[in-house]
Ligand binder design. Structure first.
Ligand code: XMP
Length: 215
């Protein structure tokens, strides 16, 4: 995945023509597009291939199963054009190792502490362990909460070599600058871009905000 704007679009728009229009508007700004069940269930899995012709596609299926099922899901995602997948860590080392193996060099991003308030109930208690396990299993990166930027820093300390992708900017209250200043390599933004009356302008403003931090 390229690292230019450090902005990843979460395209949870379920109106398919609108989703395609939003991506066309912003694909020159973003580094990748992340898709989740809302768009897949609306458009069908062939949307992975369609979008992959415009941008790198991260399939956010939050895969969390036995190793064999994880492998089957990831193989289908990759076959359709995914350049990365998002997986859960609580399933344990054998599942996570199988995810990395099945991805065959594509990126595997591992959920640590989730960005919503409920993320503090269970995931926060194990976030550092999840991060260390992800590094041990050969994952590319971690998902850590922009809603609690101080936690990004702690999670990164447990797996310093891994990329951090940070959702929770905008609609969930987090700030792109705070996330990046605390160690996020990329921010993931959904509603604040695809729900905006001017998605291109919204994406450009976020890209400019991150660029102003001067890497
Ligand atoms: P919004 O509209 O809130 O969209 O900008 C955020 C996107 O990111 C996903 N999301 C998460 N994914 N761990 C994840 O793996 C998280 O903690 C997390 N928080 C939000 C969400 O599903 C949406 O696609």
């Amino acid at each position: 995945m390229k690292m230019d704007s450090r902005l990843i679009l979460a395209l949870d728009e379920t109106d398919v023509p609108k989703a395609l229009h939003v991506l066309d508007e912003v694909c020159g700004i973003i580094d990748a597009v992340k898709i989740n069940w809302p768009l897949i269930l609306s458009a069908g899995p062939e949307i992975i291939t369609t979008l992959s012709q415009k941008a790198d596609v991260i399939c956010d299926f939050k895969i969390a199963d036995i190793p064999n099922t994880d492998r089957l899901i990831i193989e289908q995602s990759v076959k359709r054009g995914a350049s990365g997948v998002i997986v859960h860590a609580f399933t344990g080392t054998d599942s996570l190792k199988e995810c990395v193996s099945a991805a065959g060099g594509r990126d595997v991003f591992v959920v640590t502490e989730m960005s919503h308030p409920g993320g503090q109930e269970f995931t926060a208690k194990h976030a550092e362990e999840f991060a260390a396990m992800a590094a041990e299993c050969g994952a590319s990166g971690l998902i850590a909460p922009a809603t609690r930027p101080e936690r990004i820093k702690k999670i990164k300390e447990s797996a310093p070599g891994l990329l951090i992708l940070s959702p929770g900017v905008g609609a969930q209250g987090g700030s792109a600058s705070n996330a990046v200043l605390n160690g996020a390599d990329y921010v993931i933004v959904g509603r604040s871009i695809y729900g905006s009356s001017d998605p291109k302008d919204a994406a450009q403003k976020l890209a400019d905000e991150i660029k102003a931090l001067r890497f």
